[in-house]
Design a protein around this ligand. Sequence first.
Ligand SMILES: [Zn+2]
Length: 81
Amino acid sequence: MQTVKVLCARCHVPLEGPAEPNPEDRMSCPRCGEGDRCEAVIGEVNEYIQVMASQKIAKMFNQPSALADGRTWRFIAHVEL
Ligand SMILES: [Zn+2]
């Protein structure tokens, strides 16, 4: 599996957590302190990637994305789509 760097959506800095995190370990933004359990963070980032991908496809076909626009993300990732 590809490693994706998780960023704080507000500060755009990488979240910090243990080197080998367990699902229950906490990851958080070193600047604003926004954070959650690893499991929750990864879940939200996966959702973010799916929404970004679907929006890109919708744009290619010049259609509005069915998935929610303008939702507020706590965590994001830089992804090549
Ligand atoms: Zn932050």
